[in-house]
Design a protein around this ligand. Structure first.
Ligand code: C2E
Ligand code: MG
Ligand code: MG
Length: 734
């Protein structure tokens, strides 16, 4: 057995002391024993050594792991700035293999924009050993860059190398968060008001816009409960908002709130719930967008769309809307409502004579009076022009009672609109015609109801105006008949269904001085339609213009024929002209051309028209009469006494003849007033130097009376009816 030189010493020192209490052995045994003990001890020491080494290795390994894989990069630099040591994290942060980096100049890893600064900072550190500093630099990595924080420690000279230890931390993530926070901060101070509130709806933060919108300062708001206030919403409106946010995560809509000064204002509110990772609600973000301006323009648009600008009454559109609702509510309540269609009588002549401004003033006053005649819940609307519609609701469950109530209000309206109006410096009188129809449920469509009220209004007009008429079935039939007539009338000209009949005009001495041309319509089914049945319709729909033109042409042709005959050459032909036809801008010119074309002596033509035509446009009448009189045409006022002539104008207008209306003639000797009127008309015409003729003379007594009072020209059945030209000529020969 080999003995280590030290083992003996060690053995002597230790074994001796242990061996002292033992019993004496012989020398070799003792030696052996000692050796065995020694061996055991050695083995034990060896094991201990092994354990110590293993522990050392373990801790070295742990140290290495900690060093290499630390969350930050470690680098050691030489005095020349070369990297002499670095951990794996540093290499991976810089994106380069560790071996490549060794002996590499640290400064070369810094991004160009920071390399000068880095150079000076590091140099400064090296000059002050023991100093510690940290700063941020951009580093190159692959094609890009990354921001890093450097914690540097400059070492004492006796410790070198290395001279500088650096901890490198990638701060990209914190930079990004910082940037996001900055963006969030800018966004928070946006145009929109924003409040951040906690789960208990206590305000944590508000931005400036929020304080401007609400009028409260941030100090007044923060730590206070977040609430709304407005009488415009029921209390549960706000509760519903929070319920919705809780369920759906957000809510948005228009709400009314009150600002500090008590003013109510509209805003668009967006509430968004913020939840934590665990999914529980932590905050709400409430965004307020001021929509006062938008609201105001919306209101304005609505006003323009639904209200009449002149009278501020609801317009047709809004009325139809409300009628729709009224029908629905009448079907629930089973109560009748009524529509009153109101049209002002003779509004057009006010407009023509006093101007549109006066017309407007009248319409505004009518609107006010209508409103004062109805209850709060009723609707007064303007349809346009001089047409108004009043809608009365919930009148009664019984049609008769509802009708009575509607009639009472209608009459109240008539009374109110009959009071004289003050139009700046004019006192003005006007009357309405009112058509009424009842409604309940959805029995009839809105269009049909409006039509009924309109028809009833025409009924009121036909009944003499300034009155009220209810819609009834007969009216409906009359309207349908009228529609059919209108359709036929539109084709009558092209189908050559018109004809002129001639009624003689005679002188007291028995001589036939002329004739009146009277229009006849030969309808294929109805036979001869009298002019009173279609002329007013033709006037209304404008067809009178082409029809009247045809009449004038036919009359000229007839006159031309008469010119060629000894017996008819002297006859003057009277032609009826409608107002609408006469007031056509080119009426006079057309007629002149027509006379020229036929090379007719214009003295043979007489135009008849009513007083009303004159007063619809006096200036136009005077001008046209002047043009036509200059070429020889003469003029007669038809139906004299039935219109509302102004005697002043009459004396100024160059009429040749007055035609006493047949209604007076027929009342001669029957109605004393009419008898006197006849006398007055005759003496007036004589005084004005005008010719006079009486129409509708049926009896010898009438003729004698007229002759006695100075009227010597007549037209009437006593002399002859209106007949076709052939027959008329036959009469002449007799
Ligand atoms: P008017 O111009 O006053 O014509 C006189 C009307 O009285 C004619 O009716 C004529 O037939 C009728 N009449 C004549 N003598 C008597 C009589 O002794 N007793 C009675 N009861 N009636 C008599 P008519 O032909 O039905 O014409 C009615 C109206 O139609 C005319 O009234 C006129 O205003 C209009 N009218 C007729 N033809 C035309 C026309 O060509 N153009 C225009 N615009 N209107 C016309
Ligand atoms: Mg006539
Ligand atoms: Mg007449």
């Amino acid at each position: 057995m080999n003995r280590h030189p030290d083992q003996g010493v060690y053995m002597n020192n230790t074994i001796k002391t242990q061996q002292q209490p033992d019993l004496p052995l012989n020398h070799s045994e003792q030696l052996l024993h000692e050796l065995q003990v020694h061996q055991i001890e050695l083995e034990m020491q060896n094991e201990e050594l092994q354990r110590a080494r293993a522990a050392l290795e373990g801790s070295h390994k742990r140290y290495c792991n900690l060093y290499e894989f630390a969350p930050v990069g470690y680098l050691s630099l030489s005095a020349e700035g070369e990297i002499i040591m670095l951990n794996l994290t540093a290499a991976s942060l810089l994106g380069v293999e560790r071996d490549t980096l060794l002996k590499h100049y640290f400064i070369d890893l810094v991004a160009p924009k920071d390399s000068d600064r880095a150079y000076f900072l590091l140099k400064e550190l090296l000059r002050h050993p023991g100093e510690q500093q940290n700063f941020e630099l951009m580093f190159k990595r692959g094609d890009g860059q990354f921001p890093a924080r450097l914690d540097c420690l400059s070492l004492m000279p006796d410790e070198q190398p290395p001279v500088l230890r650096i901890i490198l931390t990638d701060i990209s993530e914190s930079k990004r968060i910082e940037q996001e926070l900055r963006i969030a901060a800018v966004a928070f101070e946006a145009q929109e008001g924003i409040a951040i509130i906690d789960a208990n709806k206590i305000i944590l933060r508000v931005n400036q816009a929020f304080t401007i919108i609400t009028g409260y300062s941030a100090q007044e708001l923060v730590s206070q409960p977040y609430t709304f206030k407005s009488a415009r919403h029921a209390e549960n409106f706000y509760t519903n908002i929070w319920d919705c946010v809780e369920r759906m995560g957000s809510w948005q809509g228009e709400i009314w709130d009150q600002c500090k000064d008590g003013k109510n204002y509209p805003k668009w509110l967006i509430v968004t719930a913020v939840k934590n990772d665990a999914g529980s609600l932590t905050h709400y973000v409430c965004m307020h967008i001021d929509i006062s301006e938008r609201k105001a323009s919306e209101e304005e648009i609505k006003r323009l769309a639904y209200y009449d600008p002149l009278t501020t009454l609801p317009n047709r559109r809004l009325l139809l809307d409300r009628l729709h609702q009224a029908l629905a509510s009448s079907s629930r309540s089973h109560k009748y409502g009524a529509l009153l269609f109101i049209d002002l009588d003779n509004f057009k002549s006010l407009n023509d004579n006093l101007g549109h401004d006066m017309g407007d003033v009248l319409l505004q006053q009518v609107a006010q009076r209508l409103i004062s005649c109805v209850r709060e819940g009723d609707t007064v609307s303007r349809q346009g022009g001089d047409e108004f519609v009043v809608m009365l609701e919930e009148l009664s469950e019984h049609a008769e009672e509802a009708a009575t109530k509607a009639k009472v209000i209608g009459e109240k309206i008539i009374h109110a609109l009959n009071q004289s109006y003050r139009l700046t410096d004019h006192d003005y009188q006007n009357t309405p015609s009112i058509g009424v129809t009842l409604f309940i449920n959805h029995q009839l469509s809105i269009g049909a109801l409006m039509k009924r009220a309109d028809i009833a209004m025409y009924g009121a007009k036909a009944a003499g105006r300034n009155t009220l008429r209810f819609f009834d079935q007969n009216m409906q039939e009359a309207v349908s008949a009228r529609a059919a007539l209108e359709a036929d009338l539109r084709n009558a000209l092209t189908k050559n269904q018109f004809q002129l009949h001639y009624q003689q005009q005679a002188h007291n001495n028995g001589q036939i001085i002329g004739a009146e041309a009277l229009l006849r319509w030969q309808h294929p089914q109805r036979g001869s339609v009298p002019p009173l049945e279609f002329v007013p319709l033709a006037e209304e729909i404008g067809l009178i213009v082409p029809i009247g033109h045809w009449v004038l042409e036919a009359a000229c042709t007839q006159l031309k024929q008469w010119e060629n005959d000894q017996r008819t050459r002297h006859l003057q032909l009277a032609v009826n002209v409608s107002a609408r036809q006469f007031h056509q801008p080119d009426f006079a010119e057309d007629l002149r051309e027509l006379l020229e074309k036929n090379t007719l002596n214009a003295n043979r033509l007489k135009l008849e028209f009513t007083e009303n035509l004159v007063f619809e446009d006096i200036e136009d009448t005077i001008a046209k009469i002047a043009i036509l009189k200059a070429i020889g045409v003469s003029f007669s006022i038809d139906d004299f006494g039935t219109g509302y002539s102004s005697l002043t104008y009459l004396s100024q207008l160059p009429f040749d003849q007055l035609k006493i209306d047949q209604s007076f003639v027929q009342n001669i000797g029957i109605k004393p007033a009419d008898t006197i009127i006849v006398q007055i008309i005759i003496s007036m015409a004589n005084n004005l130097g005008m010719d006079i003729i009486a129409e509708g003379v049926e009896t010898e007594a009438q003729r004698a009376f007229l002759a006695f009072h100075g009227c010597h020209n007549y037209q009437g059945y006593l002399f002859g009816k209106a007949v076709p030209a052939v027959e008329f000529e036959r009469c002449l020969r007799r």
